[in-house]
Ligand binder design. Structure first.
Ligand code: HEM
Length: 158
């Protein structure tokens, strides 16, 4: 009986560890709040994330030509980056409200699937976010594994 209990507990632990657990969500939310300084740094974060994204995959610059991607310092592109960060912020805010998260992800999925955004592109975006947020939070309290698990849940649904 005891060994059955241990087996069930281990299975539950593995399932939680693979996804974005309640503790992961708390950490990601708290650290995002620090990084974005309650929204005051969103514009800065947006520009940094997209600069990191095109450093990782320079071919992606052309993907954003309709929103001024050829000049990432332009007002048009900065406004776009700001809107994407607002999207990231919204997803993080509803990480623990399953129905709202799913609905939001479904809308983002339909917008991105129409633009042929690939799994590799999402990998690059996650790497960009993971390279920018730690310094904005202060490296000492960046919970990398929690961010990785939660961002992967988002990317998988997009
Ligand atoms: C966490 C991942 C992502 C989030 C939260 C996200 C969010 C968004 C949002 C909110 C918009 C609408 C912006 C607007 O109102 O103009 C958007 C548009 C777009 N996204 Fe994403 N995005 C993500 C990843 C990606 C990736 C990986 C790519 C491709 C490399 C991509 C390509 C685009 C494009 C091409 C548009 C439309 C730009 C246009 O209007 O021409 N996104 N995204």
């Amino acid at each position: 009986m005891n060994s059955m209990f241990v087996l069930f507990a281990m299975a539950a632990f593995v399932a939680a560890a693979r996804g974005c657990s309640p503790l992961d969500r708390i950490l990601v939310k708290a650290e995002w709040a620090m990084a974005s300084d309650g929204g005051h740094k969103d514009s800065e974060l947006g520009s940094s994330i997209f600069r990191a994204l095109v450093n990782i995959d320079p071919a992606l610059r052309g993907t954003f030509s309709a929103v001024g991607g050829e000049d990432m310092g332009s007002a048009q592109f900065r406004a776009f980056a700001f809107r994407v960060v607002a999207g990231i912020e919204r997803l993080i805010a509803v990480l623990d409200v399953d129905a709202v998260l799913s609905a939001d992800l479904a809308v983002l999925h339909s917008q991105h699937v129409a633009r042929d955004v690939s799994a590799a592109n999402y990998e690059s975006m996650l790497s960009a976010i993971m390279s920018v947020v730690p310094s904005a939070v202060g490296n000492s309290c960046f919970s990398s594994p929690s961010w990785s698990r939660c961002l992967n849940v988002i990317a998988a649904a997009m």
